[in-house]
Structure formats: structure tokens, C-alpha cells
Design a binder for this molecule. Sequence first.
Ligand SMILES: Cc1cc2nc3c(=O)[nH]c(=O)nc-3n(C[C@H](O)[C@H](O)[C@H](O)COP(=O)(O)OP(=O)(O)OC[C@H]3O[C@@H](n4cnc5c(N)ncnc54)[C@H](O)[C@@H]3O)c2cc1C
Length: 204
Amino acid sequence: MAQVEDVALAAVGPPQDIVGLGAPDFRGTEERRRIQVPLDAPLESEPAGRFVDRDAPVHADHVAARGVGIAQRALELALRYSQERKTFGKPIAQHQAIQFKLADMAMETEVARTIVYRAAGAYGQEGGETSDEVRRLAAMCKLYASEASKRAADQAVQIHGGYGFMEDYPVARYWRDVKVNEIGEGTSEVQRMLIARSLGLPVE
Ligand SMILES: Cc1cc2nc3c(=O)[nH]c(=O)nc-3n(C[C@H](O)[C@H](O)[C@H](O)COP(=O)(O)OP(=O)(O)OC[C@H]3O[C@@H](n4cnc5c(N)ncnc54)[C@H](O)[C@@H]3O)c2cc1C
């Protein structure tokens, strides 16, 4: 039997307001219980610890891909706005400080996209879903894409100046939405632990 700790089985309690994600109806308190499931539990059985464990890289890749999407759109909107908004007699896109932000956003978005494709490709290999390499790449792409997309959204708001902080401009929403990617499906700290473990380091 494999022990799965603190599995959230149900969401109970009053609805919670959340910072981003369009504020769906989130419940405040999770009911957590320690459960035991057989390692060979069929996927259909509920709860199935093996399913949770085996699919962790998929969920990580999914979050990473979401991050790439946000980063890409943040870049596009920031680029467009920077070509429209003028200060000191020229579009802000002609100020080197803005160009450097856009260059970093483009670079980090491309790196994030590349590692997501690499992780997804590894998962697609035969037996990939259980390999250590898939777990390592999933942790790396989730961690990198989450943090890179947060930086991209933040810089997009910055490039929009005051308008970036207003609901009329979608970059404000991306800025709020993107943060959760560093928390859900394994926090950034957990991803770093997984990467450290893949290096053969003892991880608590
Ligand atoms: C909008 C939203 C939607 C969610 N949806 C779901 C869902 O659908 N299903 C679900 O199961 N959960 C869901 N969650 C819960 C989410 O998965 C957890 O919030 C997340 O895993 C972190 O767990 P925690 O909140 O208990 O934080 P904690 O475990 O209390 O962690 C707090 C901080 O301590 C750090 N930390 C903890 N342990 C260690 C350690 N050993 N070493 C170093 N640092 C450590 C964490 O990385 C974090 O920074 C959702 C959360 C949010 C915000």
C-alpha cells in the first residue's frame, strides 16, 4: 500500500474570494484525510493514489503551458502598447529601458515554451509517464514557466504604466491570474525540491 498524505477530498465551507482566475466559487476549507491506496489501483477507482502520482507531471506541464500562454499574450500587448504610447516625443518602445524589458520577456517566453515542449515530448515517449526524466523536466518547466510568466505579466503592467493597473487593460488580469501558477500543482519550492532530488540530493 502506498500512503498518500493530506489528500484534499472535498472542499467545504463558505465561498472564498480569490485574487485571480475570474473569481470562481472557491470554497474556503479543505477537508484533508490521510488515506491508503494500493499501488496497482485501477485508474477508475476513487481515490486512486497511483493516478494522482502518475499524472503529476501532466498537471505540472499543463500549468507551465498556461504560463507560456500568459507570457506570450503579455508580451504581445506590451509590445503593442509601447508602440502606441508616446513620452518625451516618441513611442516608449523607442526608449531602451522599455526595449530591454520586451527583449527579456521575449527571451524568457521562448525558453519557457521550449522546455514545455521538451517535457511534453518526453512524456509522450513510451513509458514516459513514469520516468524520472519526465518528472525532472516537468518540475523544471513548471517552475521556470510559472516564474517567467509572472515576470512577463509584471513587466507588461509596468510598460502600461497607470493603465496597467486598471481593469480596462487585460494585463492587470494576467498579473493577478499568473501568481497561482507558482502555488497550485506543486509550489515553486516543491518543484525545486524535486529538481534537487533528481540531482541525487537528499530531500526531506
Ligand atoms: C486558486 C487555487 C485553486 C486550487 N485548486 C486546487 C485543486 O483543484 N485541488 C487541490 O488539491 N488543491 C488546489 N489548490 C490548493 C493548492 O494545491 C495548494 O494551495 C498548494 O499545493 C500549496 O499548499 P498549501 O496551500 O497547503 O501551502 P503549504 O503547504 O502550507 O505551503 C506554504 C508555503 O511553504 C512552502 N513549503 C511547504 N513545505 C515545504 C518544504 N518542505 N520545504 C520548503 N518549503 C515548503 C510552500 O512551498 C509554500 O510556499 C488550489 C489553490 C488555489 C490558490
